[in-house]
Design a protein around this ligand. Structure first.
Ligand SMILES: NC(=O)c1ccc[n+]([C@@H]2O[C@H](COP(=O)([O-])OP(=O)(O)OC[C@H]3O[C@@H](n4cnc5c(N)ncnc54)[C@H](O)[C@@H]3O)[C@@H](O)[C@H]2O)c1
Ligand SMILES: [Zn+2]
Length: 361
């Protein structure tokens, strides 16, 4: 069991059965509390049986199920769940348990931290993406009119319990999606980690515990220094200015949208190119980043109309200030620089660069 203590919330990484969850639930104030577990149909099917068999203290909990997928991470679904909690007479002592991917931990954390001005919650993330990134750090919220994470708060879970065994039922596509955040952590903060993760093929890898520990340590260090994203925490947005626009745009398209990680992978290639043009990222490092990402992620294409819409979506991004489009760019692998601005033409060129490298593969 690997325990990471942070000034915000502890994180335990290892088998649930050996974790501190039993002691946590046995505390007098918690053992008496009503418990509610938020799931989607996939975490219900693949994770509830293991959770119930490992954690006796949750067997009497009420299950609340939502439909899976990013389009369901919205305020209408929150309203249904607040109403359900209210109907079930959840009080301020209740404990809310988020069991699922980043959609569940983002939305469940928001529901819990606002219901009756906030009830306690814990995260049990079940996707690679939520285990290495989303469940940690206290950002919770939902999308609004297709724009990512427009409504939310900073709210910390009591504890995050990460059991890598849950990853055994994830598809290669979802493993890849989580791997994008791992790539991001290495690129913004740790050149040695980069050398190690470059060798990983996420679809055929089974030593995730170590990767989760390294990624959570990186995120913890950054979040502790700047919990409310005044400065340094912005480096976690590398790949996300373009990536979030790509993700929102692909959700507008309806069927078969890109995953969060697939979108961020595109964003990281385009923003690495901007880092080369506008900062000091070398040609060799740019090529290394492109080679690593394109070896794992399938190519995606957009046309001129898409470029226009993507820039429009970026203008709405909450990371912007004073109308300019805000980026985190790299000076080198492992060295990120936040509060960089780029104009629409530079962004279009970055998207064209992405298209040119995936076409040449
Ligand atoms: N709050 C943060 O700091 C932060 C950071 C990064 C990403 N995010 C958010 O996280 C979300 C993406 O997270 P995600 O990729 O986990 O999405 P997700 O929750 O949609 O999960 C992906 C898919 O995997 C399924 N699933 C979950 N656990 C499973 C399991 N063990 N076996 C099989 N299938 C399983 C889900 O039902 C879903 O279909 C986005 O909304 C993104 O904005 C938040
Ligand atoms: Zn992300």
């Amino acid at each position: 069991m690997h325990r990471i203590t942070t000034s915000r919330h502890p994180v335990e990484i290892g088998p649930l059965i050996d974790s501190g969850i039993h002691a946590f639930l046995a505390q007098p104030a918690i053992s008496k509390a009503r418990k509610f577990i938020l799931v989607d149909e996939n975490s219900l099917q693949h994770c509830i049986p293991a959770l119930m068999s490992a954690v006796e203290g949750l067997r009497g909990a009420e299950l609340i199920e939502v439909e899976s997928g990013e389009p369901n991470k919205n305020i209408v679904i929150c309203t249904h769940i607040w109403e359900a909690l209210s109907d079930m007479q959840a009080d301020r002592n209740a404990l809310f348990v988020n069991l699922g991917g980043g959609v569940i931990t983002d939305m469940g954390g928001f529901i819990a931290s606002t219901f009756k001005r906030g009830i306690r919650f814990i995260n049990i993330p079940t996707t690679l993406l939520s285990q290495v990134d989303a469940s940690v750090g206290g950002k919770v919220g939902v999308d609004l009119n297709g724009l990512k994470n427009q409504v939310g708060v900073f709210a910390d879970p009591q504890v995050v319990y990460i059991d890598p065994a849950f990853l055994s039922t994830l598809s290669p596509k979802e493993l890849r999606s989580g791997f994008a955040e791992v790539v991001k952590h290495a690129l913004i903060a740790d050149a040695n980690y980069w050398k190690e993760i470059r060798k990983i093929d996420p679809a055929h890898y089974d030593n995730w515990q170590e990767v989760i520990v390294r990624s959570v340590e990186i995120k913890k260090r950054i979040v502790e220094e700047d919990p409310h994203e005044i400065g340094l925490r912005k480096i976690l947005n590398f790949g996300h200015t373009i990536g979030h626009a790509v993700e929102s745009h692909s959700l507008e398209g309806g069927k078969n949208p890109l995953t969060h990680g697939e979108s961020i992978a595109i964003g990281m290639i385009a923003e690495a190119w901007l880092s080369h043009k506008k900062r000091k990222l070398s040609q060799q490092s740019l090529e290394e980043i492109v080679a690593t990402i394109t070896a794992v992620f399938p190519a995606h294409s957009f046309d001129d109309l898409d470029h226009h819409r993507l820039v429009e979506l970026m203008r709405n991004d909450k990371k912007n200030q004073d109308n300019s489009i805000n980026f985190t760019l790299l000076d080198d692998i492992g060295k990120a620089h936040y509060d960089q601005t780029c104009n629409a033409e530079e962004i279009r060129d970055a998207l064209k660069y992405y298209l040119s490298v995936v076409k040449s593969k």
